[in-house]
Write a protein that binds this ligand. Sequence first.
Ligand code: NAD
Length: 249
Amino acid sequence: MIRIALVGAGGRMGSMLTDAFAAAADTEVTARVDPHAEGCLAALSDVDPATVDVVVDFSTTEVARASVAWAVEHECGVVVGTTGFTDEEIDRWREEYAAAHVVVAANYTLGAVLAERFAAEAAPYFDRVEIIEFHHDRKVDAPSGTALETARVIREARAAAGRSAVSEPTTRDTIEGSRGADSGDNVRVHAVRMPGMTAHQEIIFGGPGEGLTIRHDAYDRTSFTAGVLLAVRSVRDRPGVTRGLAPLL
Ligand code: NAD
């Protein structure tokens, strides 16, 4: 049984994961931490580290930093779902926590991670590619972090295969922004916001006479469960800081 301290336990993700860990045969939540939720402990410092194998944090960036430090100090694994960390901070963690067991990922949806992997495979073979991400209309930032990450992976895959930047046919925008945003090397990203949608993404590749579309749909928050469970089950076998789910698949 993997014993879990769940930080942010009363939040939207924390509540969903409380049920998911209870339903899984090999996980058990031994501590729920959330100062704003009934029946939860106020802080990780109230938790006996001897009852915890893995800390799972879906709270706030500041709190998650403290969760990582607590887990490292007490030699527990830690799975961070909370977002808001810069590349520089995670690079510092890699140095500081080389002997610890940390998984940090901005997207625990297995399908999104696989879509990214498939896109990297296709990227060197198609000279046109555009990304369209669709989200609910309560999302205030655009484009999504996942779209930017997908674009980065595509650029890297093309560069690694010795391919040039994606071609850009448009020379004149009648209305500025009609071609979406250039995330770099002409990999265009378009963001759609609609009531009723959750989180969806299409990666559209095109070449002479053919097209290939990779689409992922996350319909609700349970889409994160499989990836979080995967991380919880593997984090203690992975020394240092693992960023993203891809290395776990
Ligand atoms: P939420 O606001 O519903 O939940 C956050 C919870 O943290 C709240 O219940 C709050 O009371 C609690 N909290 C605040 N201070 C705390 C403290 N000192 N100690 C413990 N708990 C504390 O938010 P959410 O939608 O559940 O998202 C939480 C985080 O997870 C966000 O950063 C979000 O971006 C991220 N997220 C990541 C993924 C992913 O796949 N990586 C998926 C969904 C959400």
